[in-house]
Design a protein around this ligand. Structure first.
Ligand code: GAR
Length: 192
């Protein structure tokens, strides 16, 4: 199975996937970001499928179709979102049904969305964590593959807590991706 990683940020999760020895055939970002420089420095093919808008006029369907074409042209079988900042539309889930994975910095189904760490802190939880799951059209709600708890410490701020969560993500996300790659299975839509 050929693996692509989608990122938008620092790329530290991408780096962990590569450091774990997983073969990343393509990195795609939706904006210029450190993940692009990282992929280039690692010699991994990288494409910036740049968003033309972050406003109400953003054409999510057209963007998704463009991204799906890039992934299809690169003969990608499995997609791992690693802090990717664009919600994908239906065509991605038609083309890669059950083959898009995501890592989220909270214990889903609690605190979905882009502010999972801040929302958990604002709620005053004493334990949060991270979740690796199969992505579906509904954000942060697909079948859960792995989870691990992370305690919230009394002097935590969002940054310190997120960093400790990411330490766990950098371990359990590559492990889960490896399991999926080794099983070679399409996770949804295939009878066991
Ligand atoms: C990770 O914590 C990931 O779970 C989160 O973005 C971070 C990316 O870290 N994704 C989401 O919040 C998606 N809802 P990185 O830029 O250091 O790789």
């Amino acid at each position: 199975m050929r693996l692509a990683v989608l990122a938008s940020g620092t790329g530290s999760i991408l780096e962990a996937i590569v450091d774990a020895g997983l073969p990343v055939h393509l990195v795609v970002t939706d904006r210029p970001c450190r993940a692009v420089d990282l992929a280039e420095s690692l010699g991994i093919p990288v494409m910036v499928v740049e968003r033309d808008s972050f406003g109400d006029d953003f054409n999510r369907e057209a963007y998704t179709l463009g991204l799906v074409k890039v992934l299809t042209d690169a003969e990608i079988d499995l997609v791992a979102m690693a802090g990717f900042g664009t919600i994908l539309a239906q065509p991605a889930y038609d083309r890669f049904a059950g083959r898009i994975l995501n890592t989220h910095p909270a214990l889903l189904p609690a605190f979905p969305g882009w502010h999972g760490v801040a929302d958990a802190m604002a709620h005053g939880v004493k334990v949060t964590g991270c979740t690796v799951h199969i992505a579906t059209l509904e954000v942060d709600s697909g079948p859960i593959l792995a989870q691990e708890a992370v305690p919230v410490l009394p002097d935590d701020d969002e940054e310190s807590l997120h960093e400790r969560i990411k330490e766990v993500e950098r371990r359990i996300y590559p492990e889960t991706i490896r399991t999926v790659l080794e099983s070679g299975k399409i996770l949804i839509g295939e009878s066991a």
